[in-house]
Design a protein. Structure first.
Length: 295
């Protein structure tokens, strides 16, 4: 794991009630609290701020305590660069889509403008997605790279991991199927909400221990252990870093499990008024997105 990972357990990036013009990072006081769910339920969440201004350089715990006004994505748009995404990376998802297992990871990229915050920030479906109502959800586990990585062997890949969080790879299926490349259909503004908590790689040394669920307006649509991944965290980091520098702050979306709306009969897409929750346990908690339409 990255050396920085040993300096914290769980970090949140947030705006405090004491100063709405300020952005802080810190550790939730309650180490077991599902921060995203608690905020959604209107509960107060207390945080011990760190001296640093970024999860990439968090500094030390201060002696103060703050209350979250609203939570932000763990990293800012300026920190993530291009967002790396892996398609078709669960055995059971490949099966539901009637696709063969890939021999190498499939990479597509979202721009940094796709990065978005958890609830209460809205997840906005653009007008092009509204035309035929084929906006879709994809629950994903996210790797956060803690130091620059290039040509990394699998045996050393975990040394570069700062931590993990959750994402929703919001997709426009018609646009996706109209092209052989997926960057356009998955790269719209706000199409990559992440959070709510960045969990240290020191707390989760083996990402296959995660369980991920996706819930649409309270109904379970996706539910899968990460033992079902086709390509593991070390394999993904090693592959994506070949000939390519992954700067510190790079986030890697690792694919979605079965149960996406496009694979259901009848198909079940997302629209204004829906809520979608990505639950990544243990420790990360629940990323909640309230869906709105671009006007």
């Amino acid at each position: 794991m990255s050396k920085i990972a040993s300096t914290f357990s769980r970090l949140v990036r947030f705006v405090p009630k004491s100063n709405p013009a300020k952005v802080l990072i810190g550790e939730p006081v309650d180490p077991q609290l599902d921060v995203g769910l608690a905020l959604y339920q209107g509960k107060e969440v207390s945080v011990r701020p760190f001296s640093g201004s970024s999860v990439l350089s968090p500094g030390q715990v201060t002696g103060s305590t703050e209350t979250i006004d609203h939570i932000l994505s763990p990293l800012a748009q300026s920190e993530v660069g291009s967002i790396r995404c892996v398609g078709l990376n669960y055995v059971s998802h490949a099966k539901e889509m009637s696709l063969p297992l890939p021999d190498v990871p499939t990479l597509f990229i979202k721009p940094s403008t796709a990065l978005a915050d958890p609830f209460p920030a809205p997840t906005v479906l653009p007008k092009i997605t509204q035309q035929d109502g084929t906006g879709d959800y994809e629950s994903e586990m996210v790797i956060v790279i803690g130091r620059d990585a290039k040509d990394v062997p699998e045996s050393e890949a975990l040394d570069y991991v700062l931590g993990y969080t959750a994402a929703n790879d919001v997709s426009s299926r018609t646009s996706q199927m109209n092209q052989s490349q997926w960057c356009f259909s998955k790269g719209f503004d706000g199409s990559c909400p992440i959070g709510p908590v960045l969990v240290s790689a020191a707390l989760i040394p083996d990402a296959s221990k995660f369980q991920i669920r996706g819930l649409k307006s309270g109904r379970v649509m996706q539910d899968c252990p990460l033992t079902d991944l086709i390509f593991s965290v070390p394999q993904l980091i090693s592959f994506l870093s070949q000939g390519t520098t992954l700067p510190a702050g790079t986030i890697i979306l690792t694919g979605t499990p079965p149960g996406v709306g496009a694979a259901k009969t009848p198909k079940e897409f997302i629209k204004a008024g829906d809520e979608f929750a990505v639950e990544l346990l243990p420790h990360v908690g629940t990323l909640i997105n309230k869906i709105e339409h671009q006007e």
